[in-house]
Design a protein around this ligand. Structure first.
Ligand code: FNR
Length: 393
């Protein structure tokens, strides 16, 4: 009989560290965010880097999103058996093995040299087990993208267009192709003030590259005098006219009627908005300030999370904006988030090495989170949530 008690121990995300160290050579991929950004800066075309990296106004909200995490901490507890950790969460009626998701990023297309970054992101989801939220703005139609997600559930993010017929067509396509939730982004019906893009003289969305969900849509195509293949300029103009419905609470009631998919409202940062959304029966509330890209409001998203969680009551709260490490993930969960979205870090992972690069970023984040739980005496996310986060400054 072995003197080691191995039976008790299951595989864990944190095992990644041991696997890298066992090889005895420095890894070829970046390990933390600083290194990741430096590597992405070397490979991304300046215009793409500028678009992803920048925020609105002077960037204070974007920076504050990240900085604010250093003002919160997790209190270590000792003598708790954490041989096995449970990072799983229940969402939309199924269990996922980790509390992450890949936030919708409309610039994925530009992050890989083949221009098919949405497919690469979907593959990263399949490799890492982290659900992918496919953006409306994509270089491959949603039906193609989801085929690369493997067994991992994917969600579709909708920028609601100014035509209900077109919106319903997108929603129907998302349902039929197997997306498991519908994320409605509330804070992008108009572009925020983005000096970096203005200085560059363009938004990438002035190009046709990421409009494939539009160009493949039967309702959109029927509305054109020429197909996008015949006259792309006209198609882009039609997109610009249609993009960005100014949403109100009435739209939420309409969305509830037109789909059976779980509805997630993205961009909620106020407790009363969260309460109202929960009262209207949405399935999750997504606390986010779009990574500080839309309004330079000056308040970090994480500082709004407690009131959103309180307002949401029993409705799950998703969170993103400023997550750069495993410690940040756990802080958001300790503050009441059910699941946490990774944004810019996985885009930079895509830039470094496509699907493998993005999957590596997600795995490192999970490994760090898992090991913090192990060392700090939290065997499950529920234990962490019960303990809460502590303000350190
Ligand atoms: C975004 N975000 C975004 N959100 C959304 O609902 N639909 C989209 O298409 C996009 N596109 C997009 C492009 C780029 C380049 C960025 C950086 C972000 C916002 C995204 O989902 C998420 O809220 C932020 O990325 C979170 O902030 P951090 O953590 O990336 O700083």
């Amino acid at each position: 009989m072995s003197i080691f008690n191995h039976e008790k121990r299951k595989p864990h995300y944190g095992d990644l560290q041991g696997k890298i160290l066992l090889k005895g050579v420095p890894p070829s991929y970046p390990i933390d965010y600083t290194e990741l950004l430096q590597r992405a800066e070397k490979v991304l075309p300046p215009s793409v880097l500028n678009y992803i990296e920048s925020g609105s106004g002077d960037g204070r909200t974007q920076h504050r999103n990240v900085q604010a995490f250093s003002e919160w901490g997790i209190v270590p507890r000792m003598l708790v058996d954490c041989t096995n950790r449970d990072l799983s969460v229940e969402l939309f009626g199924y269990t996922q093995p980790n509390p992450l998701f890949m936030s919708p990023i409309g610039a994925n297309a530009f992050c890989t040299s083949d221009g098919h970054g949405d497919i690469a992101a979907a593959k990263a989801s399949a490799i890492s087990g982290v659900p992918f939220v496919a953006s409306t703005l994509a270089n491959d139609p949603m039906e193609t993208v989801i085929q690369h997600c493997g067994d991992v559930p994917a969600w579709f993010q909708l920028y609601v267009p100014r035509s209900r017929e077109l919106a319903e067509s997108f929603i129907q396509r998302a349902e039929q192709s197997g997306y498991r939730a519908l994320v409605i982004t509330l804070d992008m019906w108009v572009h925020g003030w983005r000096p970096c893009d203005i200085r560059a003289g363009h938004f990438p969305d002035q190009e046709d590259v990421w409009l494939q969900n539009y160009f493949s849509d039967p309702v959109f195509r029927d509305s054109l005098s020429h197909t996008p293949e015949e006259n792309v300029t006209l198609a882009v103009k039609a997109f610009r006219r249609l993009f960005g419905e100014a949403l109100t609470w009435d739209h939420v009631a309409w969305l509830r009627e037109v789909t059976k998919l779980p509805i997630v409202l993205k961009g909620i940062c106020h407790g009363e908005d969260a309460r109202r959304a929960a009262d209207m029966g949405v399935d999750a509330i997504y606390c986010s300030n779009h990574g500080g890209r839309q309004a330079n409001s000056g308040i970090a998203a994480i500082d709004m999370l407690p009131e959103v969680v309180e307002g949401a009551g029993d409705t799950p709260v998703l969170f993103d904006s400023g997550i750069r490490s495993g410690a940040d993930i756990l802080t958001a969960i300790a503050m009441g988030a059910t699941a946490v979205g990774i944004g810019r870090p996985y885009s930079y992972g895509l830039a470094v090495d496509g699907a493998s690069g993005a999957a590596h970023v997600l795995r490192c984040l999970l490994a760090e989170a898992d090991l913090i739980m192990a060392v700090n005496g939290y065997p499950s996310l529920a234990d962490l949530r019960n303990a809460g986060a502590r303000r350190v400054s």
